[in-house]
Ligand binder design. Structure first.
Ligand SMILES: [Zn+2]
Ligand SMILES: [Zn+2]
Length: 150
């Protein structure tokens, strides 16, 4: 799939974001935390190298689970959940791909936390994990994603 830089915005449009390089992975997460934060059955993620992600307008604020590991960012006005940084993994940003106008990168390649999946959810993913993928699987997953999606 050819990549063209993407722009997007939150529900109200005050926060605008850009993705200037393709994601290295796309995923759905079925954990109870994502269900609650997205007010839906699962969350969607595009994993993007930090240099490939830009906040073009607005000032996203912390929200969601304000734990030591996760830095969830929201629009201060409409409260859309826009992206998450994982502390200690500074080279990547997990962006909510449904914010972009071009939704081709929203399709999840893998799913995580399938153990907490709502029973009627059935996603056409390539890989499914009951929990989170073990780190040892990452090189293969990234290579497979790159080969199939780029
Ligand atoms: Zn907003
Ligand atoms: Zn989750």
């Amino acid at each position: 799939m050819d990549f063209t830089p993407l722009t997007g915005s939150c529900r109200c449009g005050r926060v605008r974001i850009g993705m200037s390089q393709p994601p290295v992975m796309t995923a759905a997460c079925h954990c109870r935390g994502c269900q609650r934060m997205s007010s839906s059955a699962f969350s969607l993620t595009a994993m993007v190298p930090v240099q490939g992600f830009q906040v073009l307008a607005g000032d996203p604020v912390p929200g969601g689970l304000r734990g030591p590991e996760l830095d969830h960012r929201f629009c201060p006005d409409c409260m859309s959940w826009i992206f998450t940084r994982i502390r200690g993994w500074d080279e990547m940003v997990n962006v909510r791909p449904v914010m972009f106008e071009d939704l081709r990168w929203a399709e999840p390649f893998l799913e995580t936390m399938a153990a907490e999946k709502l029973p009627w959810v059935n996603l056409p993913v390539r890989r499914s994990y009951a929990g989170f993928p073990p780190e040892a699987d990452f090189p293969d997953l990234l290579a497979q994603f790159a080969a199939e999606r780029h």
